[in-house]
Design a protein around this ligand. Structure first.
Ligand code: PMP
Length: 391
């Protein structure tokens, strides 16, 4: 094979993506405030960010990030098990555990990393992992990399899940792990946490739930739908979405935390989160109880938008949260509507396969408590016009 052929697979892959209208490229934006960005010189209202409470621009978080940087420096300088476990990391973990009403919490450098590495530590090739069909790529990657037997149950179909659990009873698996999100990232619907806990307990399975899109937004004090439930063995929350910062954490028993500190390569062999990030997360956590009004506004916004979208003839799928898809089917339709919205001053990303299943391309609208009624009104108006003109 000649030198020039070495990357033929790259060309073939990219051409395939272009043909299917699913080739992506990075689109540079400059964030202006909690809901506006500038793109190619044009100011757009952003309906695609996961900054659900607008905390990424909150002065208290910014001040805390600056303060921790002044006191501790810009980097953690080592992994947690070497000399990167500062008092601020430990205090934050204690506060996260306490606020979730759990025995222990452990920080990770991202939600993606937490999912991959924690599932890796829970599973081995003799285990069975049962994932909801729509779980995030990071959960799927963790399950696949572990070489456990992976079965995906139909989305939110607990009868299907139970039948798989029943079948597993007579097999010789080392253990069974159930994996779901509590709020699904692309559909904005919820899992029934109580049902999952019941099934896990009935069949002696380990329950792992991803609260990436629930933490900060839903549940008591905004601390998620599963974090505080002792029947959920492990719950993961991201800190780069509603918390406005970066990173992730896991709540679990003290014994499991101890196990993960010893058995999770993605925890052990990576530099600890930097002080600025720890400061921002700690400040967000302190603010959380006081943000009930913001969470209620977000819920009201979502209800208003869903009702108006449905009235205008859009399919918003099963959404019951601040994440609202507009189901469009083919990638090309999603792209053209996103492009139209951009001409109207609105940023709403088209989500296409492989991020979502074939034939379910969509616009994914993610609301913020910082959006105003006027923002929602402009969005609906632009969508109605775009719909009428183009579809
Ligand atoms: N889980 C889910 C459900 C997600 O949507 C995401 C982010 N898109 C992640 C995990 C990854 O989190 P992070 O961005 O912190 O890596």
């Amino acid at each position: 094979m000649g030198q020039e052929d070495k990357f033929a697979f790259v060309e073939a892959f990219l051409e395939g993506r272009s043909r299917q209208q699913t080739r992506r490229s990075l689109q540079g934006v400059v964030p202006l405030d909690a809901v506006h960005v500038q793109k190619q010189g044009k100011t757009l209202v952003n309906f695609s960010a996961n900054d659900y409470l607008g905390l990424s621009k909150h002065p208290v978080l910014i001040a805390a990030a600056q303060d921790y940087t002044q006191r501790y420096g810009t980097g953690a300088t080592a992994s947690r098990l070497v000399t990167g476990s500062f008092d601020i990391h430990q205090q934050l973990e204690a506060a996260l555990a306490a606020d979730c009403g759990r025995e222990a919490a452990l920080l990770f450098n991202s939600g993606f990393q937490a999912n991959v590495t924690v599932l890796g530590a829970l599973l081995d090739r003799h285990a069975l992992v049962l994932c909801d069909r729509l779980v995030h790529s990071s959960l799927l990657n963790g399950a696949l990399a572990s070489r456990a037997t992976l079965t995906r149950y139909r989305h939110n179909d607990h009868e299907h899940l139970e039948s798989l659990l029943r079948q597993a009873v007579n097999q010789r698996y080392s253990r069974v792990v159930i994996v779901s999100e509590t709020v699904f990232s692309m559909d904005g619907d919820r899992a029934d946490v109580d049902r999952l806990v019941h099934l896990a307990q009935t069949y002696g399975a380990i329950l792992y739930l991803d609260e990436a899109h629930a933490i900060g937004v839903l549940g008591a004090g905004g601390m998620g739908l599963a974090m505080g439930n002792p029947g959920v063995d492990l719950a993961m929350g991201t800190l780069g979405k509603a918390f406005g910062a970066f990173g992730a954490f896991l709540v679990c028993s003290a014994r499991l935390r101890d196990y993960l500190i010893n058995a999770c390569p993605g925890f052990i062999y990576t530099t600890a989160l930097p002080p600025s990030v720890i400061g921002a997360i700690a400040a967000a956590l302190k603010l959380m109880p006081s943000l009930e009004g913001d969470r209620q506004r977000l819920t009201r916004h979502a209800e208003t938008l869903r009702n108006q979208l449905r009235a205008a003839g859009f399919d918003t799928g099963p959404s019951s949260t601040h994440i609202i898809p507009i189901m469009l089917g083919e990638a090309e339709r999603a792209l053209s509507l996103a492009q139209w919205l951009e001409t109207q001053g609105i940023l709403a990303a088209a989500i296409r396969p492989p991020t979502v299943p074939q034939g379910t391309a969509r616009l994914r609208l993610a609301l913020s408590s910082q959006h105003t009624r006027q923002h929602l009104g402009s969005l609906i108006g632009a969508l109605r016009n775009g719909h009428g003109q183009r579809h």
